[in-house]
Design a protein around this ligand. Structure first.
Ligand code: PLP
Length: 387
């Protein structure tokens, strides 16, 4: 059997590593090098013209193995890995766009991607329209002759609303565009955007893919043609957003247990969402895996029935927004196990506060009963304090 046809568990366990004939090392080596010696000038030129290893900003065997493994997991032709998720986002946009092009972007995506579009790309003469992409018709309405890219995240960060990937990809029948989905919040085995018609998938490898909170990385995955266009003659060779071999190796190691970890993250997030939903202090819980979510049906269809490892909620307002924020901070400060930090998809459960009093919880790998007890204690203690 070829690894490409194997089940996900087997693909994750074996990855794309081919032991070299000399050492037969089953673990992937870390090629910790900046450059590669050629045997002759002719050999050097051959390497330059045929995608050989010439210089580590352009390619490296450890990072190449990670890119190939990620493509194998997503079930697409090719991948490109970058120094961070933002490295993947910027490399993809810079390589695909020119002045005068138009992008349609989902409202409510990761704040730094929004800022990059507003503060950087718009200054280069790229037009960006932000739409509520949870209704695909808003994308359809805003398509123009010069629309080059439609960019969404699903689920969105931090509203946890789900975007219908299949419906938006069908719009390519009306007007051709490159459909890019940032799937950081719903990694394998939750959703497979290219199988639903997306052209490119972005992943912040920093999150679930690595899963151990000890390396930053990013990836773009898709057809060989599109990935080659991003690779050369453009990025990350020019942005310098190349992944280090050490981080590629850490992420490769993290990937071996992706399916098991993601399952636990989802189980814990669901348990927390259900607990919060029944707590009298809570106003709203956003999690596509709970029945009350407006995206529950879509989650069953698009996300394998798994709501993901992240949820968000707001407290009931007592008197004003300000008062809600003060009380929310008190609850967060009273937590003992759940840590105030920004990120997601790692062993520790992390909590972060947004401007309007929205709280995001990135469920970790702990026992859900311990997490719920921690939240319950913090909620009860805060209620006592404000009485
Ligand atoms: C949805 C999403 N995309 C991209 C990024 C950027 O990833 P990184 O922090 O690895 O640059 C993040 C970071 O939180 C994110 O949440």
């Amino acid at each position: 059997m070829f690894i490409k046809e194997a089940n996900l568990e087997t693909r994750l366990a074996h990855g794309c590593h081919k032991p070299d004939s000399e050492t037969r090392s089953l673990a992937s080596p870390i090629y910790q090098t900046a450059t590669y010696g050629a045997t002759s000038q002719e050999h050097f030129e051959d390497l330059c013209y045929n995608w050989g290893h010439v210089y580590a900003r352009e390619s490296n065997p450890t990072t190449d193995e990670l890119a190939a493994t990620l493509a194998l997991i997503e079930g697409c032709e090719a991948g490109l890995v970058t120094s961070s998720g933002m490295g993947a986002v910027t490399s993809m946009f810079f390589s695909q766009l020119k002045s005068g092009d138009h992008i349609i972007c989902a409202n409510g995506i990761f704040s730094h991607t929004t800022l990059f579009l507003k503060e950087c790309l718009m200054n280069f003469g790229v037009e960006v329209t932000f739409v509520d992409a949870t209704d695909y018709k808003n994308v359809e309405k805003n398509l123009k002759h010069n629309t080059k890219i439609v960019y969404v995240e699903s689920p969105l960060n931090p509203s946890l609303r789900v975007v219908d990937i299949e419906k938006i990809s069908k719009l390519k029948e009306i007007k051709d565009f490159i459909f890019v989905v940032d799937s950081t919040f719903a990694p394998t085995p939750i959703q497979y955007p290219t199988k639903l018609g997306a052209d490119l998938v972005i992943q912040s490898l920093t999150k679930f893919m690595n899963g151990h909170g000890d390396a930053i990385g990013g990836a773009v995955l898709g057809s060989r043609e599109l990935i080659n266009k991003i690779k050369w003659p453009s990025m990350p060779c020019f942005t310098g957003a190349c992944l280090t071999p050490m981080n590629a190796w850490l992420i490769l190691r993290g990937l071996r247990t992706l399916d098991m970890r993601v399952e636990r993250h989802c189980k814990n997030a669901l348990a927390i969402a259900e607990f919060l939903e029944n707590n009298p202090l809570i106003e709203t819980v956003n999690y596509p895996g709970i029945k009350s979510s407006p995206d529950y049906e879509l989650c069953q269809k698009q996300m394998n029935g798994l709501g993901g490892g992240v949820l968000s909620f707001t407290l009931k307002k007592l008197t004003s927004d300000e008062d809600r924020v003060v009380k929310t901070k008190k609850i967060m400060n009273n937590l003992k196990l759940i840590t105030i930090a920004t990120s997601l998809g790692e062993g520790h459960t992390l909590i972060s506060l947004y401007d309007n009093g929205l709280v995001r919880i990135a469920a970790g790998l702990e026992n859900s009963e311990d997490l719920i007890e921690d939240l319950k204690n913090a909620l009860d203690k805060t209620s006592e304090e404000v009485k």
